[in-house]
Design a binder for this molecule. Structure first.
Ligand code: ADP
Ligand code: MG
Length: 301
């Protein structure tokens, strides 16, 4: 029995050597493995993995960016590493991926609540200025950034206007810019946030509510598009606005409704009509923001 095992082992070794030698007929591959600080007797056992690593490294060499990545895991290169008498292979971030990770560090300062991930890539320099409607808003943003940097707490915006005109994009671009200056924001798609808040009573309701209340900068996106209830008006929105007013925390809103229309929406809930409570909410919003309008063509495709 011992003899049979020895024979099999010997034959396996011959196979390994054979495929290693065959692979080394490729001059480039040979140069590659020669450059590794690993002895040949170890390399021999890993021919096919080394070939994979070689191809990935070659892909990287000619690669222009993450969008062109040909490797199995985008942005990562399958790489050998010596580990005693063995080689271990791991996926190492390529130079483009390393740059992306570094450039994306500001995203840690953005907390998204039911907002699309891409919104974190909105930038002020990409904002359309083909129609004049955005110019006063951009001017406002510049002042806002300057004031905030000086340690003041400027007012946010109530940005109203037509569907798809780019309201959300604009405010997100400002908050992304602020995140790059290390100022954290919460970006909240308000209708969905209310729904999910309602279903989190048993779990993390307080954390979520508190986070939004206290975020240094806050966007409540698409306010007025939710199903209004006395609870959301008086127990959610009211206290958030109250806290932010008292603590001078800049707050932004986008809405398809004007403040006047929003007031009407807030007044009518399934529990009846309450104009006074609606008025009180609108007053707080007015204290927190300046109103601007963005009417324009629908940019959604
Ligand atoms: P609104 O919030 O007013 O309904 P959005 O901000 O969602 O509109 O914008 C509508 C679409 O147009 C989105 O897909 C958004 O990504 C795109 N968009 C708006 N402004 C810009 C911009 N300046 N650059 C690139 N895309 C934009
Ligand atoms: Mg929007």
């Amino acid at each position: 029995m011992k003899k049979i095992n020895e024979v099999i082992e010997k034959e396996n070794k011959i196979d390994l050597v054979h495929s290693f030698q065959e692979a080394c007929n490729d001059k480039e591959f040979y140069e590659y493995i020669k450059s590794l600080p690993i002895e040949e007797e170890v390399l021999i056992k890993y021919t096919s993995n080394l070939q994979d690593a070689f191809i990935e490294r070659k892909n990287c060499h000619y690669c222009r960016g993450l969008n062109y990545c040909k490797n199995r895991v985008t942005g990562y290169c399958y790489t050998p590493q010596k580990d005693n008498k063995m080689i271990t292979f791991s996926y190492v971030a390529c130079k483009h991926e390393q740059k992306r990770l570094k450039d994306d560090a500001y995203k840690e300062n953005l907390e998204l609540f039911d907002m699309p991930e891409e919104i974190q890539n909105a930038t002020l320099k990409d904002v359309y200025t083909d129609d004049k409607a955005r110019i006063p808003i951009i001017r406002y943003f510049k002042e806002f950034m300057e004031e905030y940097q000086k340690g003041n707490k400027p007012k946010g915006l109530y940005l109203t206007g037509s569907f798809g005109s780019g309201k959300t994009y604009l405010i997100a671009a400002l908050l992304n810019e602020m995140a790059k200056k290390k100022v954290p924001s919460a970006l909240v798609y308000y209708p969905e946030f209310l729904r999910s808040l309602k279903s989190s009573f048993q779990t993390d309701y307080n954390e979520r509510f508190d986070y939004i209340k206290k975020a240094p900068l806050l966007l409540l996106d698409d306010i007025g598009a939710e199903n209004e209830s006395a609870w959301s008006r008086d127990e959610v929105l009211g206290p958030i606005l109250q806290y932010r007013m008292q603590n001078h925390l800049p707050t932004f809103f986008t809405s398809n409704l004007t403040l006047k229309e929003l007031e009407t929406t807030f007044a009518t809930t399934s529990s009846g009509v309450d104009k006074v409570k609606a008025r009180r909410i609108i007053e707080r919003m007015k204290q927190l923001t300046n109103t601007m309008e963005l009417i324009g063509k629908n940019r959604r495709n």
